[in-house]
Design a protein around this ligand. Sequence first.
Ligand code: NAP
Length: 300
Amino acid sequence: MTDKTVLVTGATGAQGGGVVRHLLRSHKYRVRCLTRNPNSDQANALKLAGAEVRRGNLDDPASLCEALEGSWGVFGVTNYWEHFAKELPQGKNLVDAVRAAKVPHLIYSTLPYVKKLTGGKIEVPHFDLKGEIEEHARELKLGATFVNVAFYFENFIHFFPPQKNADLSYAFAFPQGDVPLAGVAVEDLGGVVAAIFADPEAFRDKTVGVVGDDLPCAEYAATMSRVLGKKVVYSHMPREQYAALGFPGADDLANMFEYNRLHIPNRQADIHESLRLYPGMQRFEPWVKENKAALLNVLT
Ligand code: NAP
């Protein structure tokens, strides 16, 4: 154990949780977790695992300054799907607090600034706000590192489980066409983040794409069919049809798939870099085997 303290935001969630677990396992850091609810079950589990838990809120800069005291590093993630447009001021609050506290190493979970990259043709608010946060950090010359996390494999359990058809097969549809969709087991982000903190100078001002596999959606479906013993089928859904599905963020997600389909032919280079940094990165098939019970549970 060294005296290097790393503050992790989103520690009770998917990205930050994996980061906390990997950093603790490395035995190189004191890990401090930011949460609005230090007595939640998730926060208690983090304490049991050996982390320190601090109350704080990304809306409250004073709480961030307090939590950052004495920190050597920060892993930052903001949650668009809870706060929507407020993600931007929350992210800027964290970046500004890191600067004020002169924390030497920041790793921030961002996504490409699609609106800017496409000259305003495609807008993906949950990407674009993170792109703006990244620009803010770059303007302040913090020498931060940015991680771009791919579509979680876990989305097939929590957000987009294949739906039962009348013929007892299961189906999902995205506006992704036949272009590979980059995916990742979200826990593996922690392995990549731990590798970056182990050699932070090498990653200053860089962006690392965190990707475990990069398959056409028909392959994700075929893999689930093979491992789960259920017929799972993918079909392309046109962007407009997906955007009209009516759930909050449908338009945003439709544009995300559209951007992927039109502008990201593959993420092989990111797979190789992620594997180099963390050889334990999971491909989709082993992940499905590992999560077979949870997947079968959402199907039935
Ligand atoms: P998550 O599992 O839903 O957890 C959200 C975390 O954010 C919790 O730890 C929560 O902590 C914390 N949080 C929320 N509001 C906060 C606030 N005001 N102050 C302090 N902490 C706050 O989230 P996640 O999946 O790790 O990360 C979400 C982000 O990932 C989203 O912005 C999304 O766009 C991005 N993303 C998702 C995917 C995907 O495929 N799903 C891929 C790439 C990127 P407490 O509740 O304990 O306070």
